[in-house]
Ligand binder design. Structure first.
Ligand code: AGP
Length: 598
């Protein structure tokens, strides 16, 4: 329980434990915070045991309730399993198991693992063998940890694309998603690699590949204190979450196809494809960074679907007597799913007859509950007040929505969609390349730490990125920063340019249109007035280099998808500048993570 308490920041939709005592499983699990489970345990007095598993949940599939809480137990009561990640092919497995007579208790993807493990154990596998057989059937991202009531003194775990570490104790051993769970018992750790299975007993640690071959693993000492361990060794949750973005985007894009290669989206059941074909206008409502994500979405949705798309600040929307009717599709974007301005806006839209799709990172939050359909981002809990992985996964979800609408309305052939989603699927690796270059951005933050005014310029989808970059600097470095459409500069704002003023400019990839050339002209305009130009441009764009005082290279990607990359150095810059200035990056003054008041 102490380990779960340390892990609770990673997700607090529900919590549960399963222990093995006298050849039987004892399970307790409750929705809500860990305190609810602790109260349950106070009432139930489970038998004592040194062999067990536990879980705090950040819901992905299935609402946060007692039934969907982990651990999940096989029908014969022999196996309990907990899971971190997404089993992409769970629907097919659920159907296969159902046809074989399995009865499911929950809506989760995880429960298929419990049934599959039990089936393998019944076939005389041991738990490690059963785990290897089961993970061979699973697709997606998962860390699984299981116990078998008939296998005393062992716990077995497997990992693919989700973290798993082993704590090496004295006469005891541990497995967990994060060293934080056992750091008070041991700092000696074994980090498992991709596609590995581990069996621990009080005295032994056995690691094999999914193929059964013994695996060499390295032990190391963790020198973090518990506070640093919560942040995975980073100084701030925000910095940790910036570096989690490749995985967060990959997880958000995962499992979005059916067997026919068509895009499918989480829970669109409240809106029929016929409804979506009747739509003649889309209105996106959101706040802050989510609003900027909506601005990017507008470019993509209109380009792919040719449906007019408006983007509205949620707090303005319902007061301007908007034109909304049953042929309007309202799309709301909210990481927390609790933002009052956004919630009131969609209530207004629904009263006017619009259907509402929510893009949200929090399973079961108020906004998705009050929407007709939802696309969940899978960023995991975002603790830092400044949105980073929440924003980038909102972009990913908006792209998916745009492509889904184009598919449903017959505006794009499946092979055209597949081309774009294939490029999308490659963006986590490109985001990682931006992160690999973080030190250069940090150095720039140190050099500019004495500046008090920052300008961000962009065109097309670079304009919302400019606004987001300025917002990051305002909210955590408390610096005056403004984002402009680059073409607007000459209509007034250029008057504020002073010699040495830092001006960030996002340059689109070279393409058929004049977009890039126009932005280069804007760079020359501000440079002529003494600005210090920090230019974000596509790798190899030599022409731009001659106008840039600082260059941040972006890997090649299509113009519409470039915000997934260009946002990253601006996040890193703001995080480092705020750190240099000595601010609390995770809990900046005057702000809250979720603004639940209008
Ligand atoms: C962004 O860094 C801020 N945290 C803020 O603008 C945030 O995006 C806005 O309050 C909307 O929050 P939501 O996505 O939870 O609705």
């Amino acid at each position: 329980m102490a380990g779960l308490r340390r892990m609770e920041y990673r997700g607090y939709d529900s919590a549960g434990i399963a222990i093995v005592a006298a050849g039987r499983l004892a399970v307790a699990k409750k929705a809500g915070k860990l305190a609810n489970l602790e109260a349950e345990l106070d009432d139930r007095h489970l038998p004592t045991s040194h062999q067990g598993i536990g879980h705090t949940r950040w819901a992905t599939h299935g609402a946060p309730n007692d039934t969907n809480a982990h651990p999940h137990v096989s029908a014969d009561g022999r196996v309990a399993v907990v899971h971190n990640g997404i089993i992409e092919n769970y629907s097919q497995l659920r159907a296969e198991l159902g046809e074989a007579g399995a009865e499911f208790m929950s809506e989760t993807d995880t429960e298929v693992a419990a049934h599959l493990l039990a089936r393998e154990l019944a076939g005389n596998h041991d738990l490690l063998g059963a785990m290897r057989a089961v993970v061979g059937r699973l697709q997606g991202a998962f860390t699984l940890v299981a116990v078998d009531a008939e296998a005393t003194d062992q716990v077995v775990a497997a990992r693919r694309n989700s973290p798993l570490v082993v704590g090496v104790g004295d006469g005891e051993n541990f497995v967990a998603s994060d060293v934080l769970a056992f750091i008070e018992h041991t700092r000696e750790v074994v980090e498992l690699g991709q596609d590995q299975v581990v069996r621990i007993s009080p005295s032994e640690i056995t690691v094999v590949g999914f193929d059964g071959q013994p695996a060499e693993v390295q032990r190391y000492q963790v020198d973090w204190d518990t506070s640093a361990a919560e942040k995975g060794g980073f100084d701030w949750f925000m910095r940790k979450e910036i570096f989690e973005q490749p995985k967060a985007v990959a997880d958000t894009l995962l499992g979005r196809y059916n067997d026919h290669g068509e895009l499918v989206l989480d829970e669109m059941r409240g809106i029929s494809q016929e409804d979506l074909r009747r739509v003649n206008k889309i209105v996106i409502v959101a706040c802050g960074s989510a609003y900027y994500a909506g601005m990017v979405a507008k470019y993509a949705i209109e380009h792919w679907t040719r449906v007019p798309c408006e983007v509205e600040v949620a707090s303005e929307f319902r007061y301007r007597d908007p034109i909304v009717d049953p042929q309007t599709l309202c799309v709301t974007i909210s990481q927390s799913g609790e933002t009052a301005d956004t919630l009131m806006a969609i209530r207004h839209a629904r009263i006017q007859g619009a259907k509402v799709i929510a893009i949200c990172n929090t399973n079961g939050a108020t906004i998705p509950r009050e929407s007709d359909a939802v696309i969940y981002t899978h960023a995991g809990p975002e603790i830092g007040v400044a949105s980073t992985k929440g924003f980038l996964t909102q972009l990913a979800a908006c792209y998916l929505l745009g492509l889904y609408l184009a598919q449903v309305r017959g505006m794009k052939y499946s092979d055209e969609i597949r081309l774009i989603t294939t490029e999308l699927a490659g963006t986590p690796e490109l985001i990682q390349r931006m992160l690999d270059d973080a030190d250069r951005v940090y150095q720039l933050a140190h050099e500019l730490a004495d500046q008090n005014d920052f300008i961000f310029l962009g065109r097309h989808v670079g304009f919302p990125v400019a606004l987001e970059g300025a917002l990051k600097l305002k909210e955590i470095a408390y610096q005056h920063a403004e984002g402009f459409a680059a073409g607007e500069l000459k209509h007034g704002p250029i008057a504020i340019i002073e010699p040495g003023m830092p001006v960030f400019v996002i340059v689109p990839p070279a393409g058929r249109d004049q977009l890039r050339d126009k932005v280069i002209s804007n760079i020359q305009e501000v440079r002529a007035r003494g600005a210090r130009t920090i230019v974000l441009a596509e790798e190899g764009d030599a022409q731009v280099a001659s106008y840039a005082d600082e260059l941040i290279w972006l890997p090649h990607v299509s113009t519409l998808l470039q915000p997934l990359l260009s946002s990253v150095p601006l996040q890193l810059f703001a995080c480092e500048l705020a750190t240099v200035l000595g601010h609390d990056v995770d809990q900046p003054r005057n702000l809250a993570k979720s603004v639940t008041v209008e």
